[in-house]
Design a protein around this ligand. Structure first.
Ligand SMILES: Cc1cc2nc3c(=O)[nH]c(=O)nc-3n(C[C@H](O)[C@H](O)[C@H](O)COP(=O)(O)OP(=O)(O)OC[C@H]3O[C@@H](n4cnc5c(N)ncnc54)[C@H](O)[C@@H]3O)c2cc1C
Length: 392
């Protein structure tokens, strides 16, 4: 793998770095405090092309026979944006998590529907976004337990069930809903359906009050006798669910990159604080107890980033990267938690209060080890790759 960045990659990194510094950081604390949705930033992200609304990601490079680099560019951008604020980053880019199955499993007709549902503004004048709804009250890590049903009725499917923890759940204009064609059929019977918000029987729930990433909307969504045309089903083939799981190999690297961004923000802050804060007649950075913490924080961030870049590099080349992506997210999420906790420690009492951003970064970091596969599930993926023995 090449650690050097191409001119395009450097440009993308510098652009998102500046965007995060100028647009995201200054409003991060307020959105966290108020748990308010950063609509303006979401609109800008769409306009600038990194919100996930563009389904043709990477296609132009492939068509032009150029070195593919869409995944690498995505992780570079995700790190920079999350350095600004992980909650705002998720709000601004969560549509990409709903776009991924459409890109992977959908036809030209599905892509057209996706674009149509998300074009223009919603009834309140906001940019339109999408939600990817897999999780249910009874189906979290084990998605074979999905119990939302899709029952054929002539040229329609009728969806019934309840989804939990959907990012953009209360505000989405389009839902990608994962439902089973046959409750006894396990994973093979699970399919994804495109459900526009205005479809009768769609009931978005109230946003959940969260520990971190509070600028991002997370809500339950219920579907009751919700009829969609049969062609709204993505990927009719039997292996559709398995193929869709491959989507995670890209999105997991993205979450890993966000975790690296949070950790880097905390390290930079802790370094400056340790240089300024004087106790026992010298900056605390001169005390080995603090200096060694900083050294370890920096080293673990570099190592996590290397894993994230490797997973993205493999994705760009079409090399199966399920284990690499699982390793990257597992490690980066752990590093984000350790580094932010240490940053709080380095700031002492000041780290524990909201006058400084490190406590927010610690709260934001936690979810990186929960969504898109918990730390335990990712360890199972890696271990199963080593032993060939299922351990879930
Ligand atoms: C802020 C936020 C946003 C989210 N966004 C989305 C979204 O947009 N779309 C969506 O579909 N979902 C979303 N989720 C849901 C998320 O993906 C799930 O919370 C996650 O997959 C875990 O499921 P669960 O919460 O039901 O936990 P469970 O699966 O019940 O797990 C509980 C605990 O048991 C552990 N565990 C479970 N199985 C095993 C095992 N076999 N071995 C060892 N340990 C195990 C888990 O690691 C965890 O520690 C979001 C969640 C949050 C918090």
């Amino acid at each position: 793998m090449n650690f050097e960045l191409s001119p395009t990659q450097e440009m993308a990194r510098d652009f998102t770095r500046e965007f995060a510094r100028r647009e995201i950081r200054p409003v991060a604390a307020a959105h966290d405090r108020e748990a308010s949705i950063p609509w303006e930033i979401m609109a800008k992200a769409k306009e600038l092309g990194f919100s996930g609304h563009d389904l043709s990601l990477g296609e132009s490079a492939r068509e032009a026979g150029e070195e593919p680099e869409a995944a690498r560019i995505s992780v570079l951008g995700a790190e920079e944006l999350a350095w600004g604020c992980a909650g705002i980053t998720i709000a601004a880019t969560a549509t990409s998590f709903a776009a991924a199955p459409v890109r992977q499993l959908g036809s030209a007709v599905h892509r057209a529907l996706f674009r149509e549902c998300l074009s223009g503004l919603d009834g309140e004048g906001h940019v339109k976004v999408a939600a990817n709804c897999l999780t249910e009250p009874g189906a979290g890590s084990d998605l074979s337990l999905i119990s939302t049903t899709a029952v054929r009725d002539g040229r329609y499917y009728v969806l019934d069930g309840e989804k939990q923890f959907a990012t953009n759940g209360s505000i989405a204009s389009l839902y990608i809903v994962w439902a089973t064609l046959d409750r006894g059929g396990g994973r093979e019977a699970v399919r994804a359906f495109m459900v526009p918000r205005e479809t009768p029987g769609v009931y978005p729930g109230r946003p959940l009050a969260k520990m971190g990433i509070r600028a991002s909307d997370t809500a339950p969504v219920a579907f009751e006798r919700c009829r969609v045309p049969d062609w709204h089903m993505l990927g009719a083939r039997a292996q559709a669910y398995r193929e869709a799981k491959g989507v995670l190999d890209r999105t997991r690297a993205l979450v890993g990159a966000m975790a690296v961004g949070i950790a880097r923000a905390a390290l930079e802050y802790a370094v400056e604080y340790a240089k300024d804060r004087v106790q026992f007649s010298a900056p605390i950075a001169s005390k080995q107890g603090i200096a060694f913490m900083l050294a370890e924080m920096a080293t673990s961030i570099e190592a996590a980033r290397a894993l994230v870049w490797r997973a993205a590099w493999m994705a760009d080349r079409g090399i199966p990267n399920a284990h690499a992506a699982a390793m990257a997210k597992m490690q980066a999420a752990a590093v984000a938690m350790q580094v932010t906790e240490r940053a709080v420690q380095i700031l002492g009492g000041y780290g524990y209060v909201q006058d400084h951003p490190v406590e927010k970064w610690m709260r934001d970091a936690k979810v990186m080890d929960i969504f898109e596969g918990t730390g335990q599930i990712l360890r199972s993926v890696v271990a199963e790759g080593l032993t060939g023995i299922r351990c879930r």
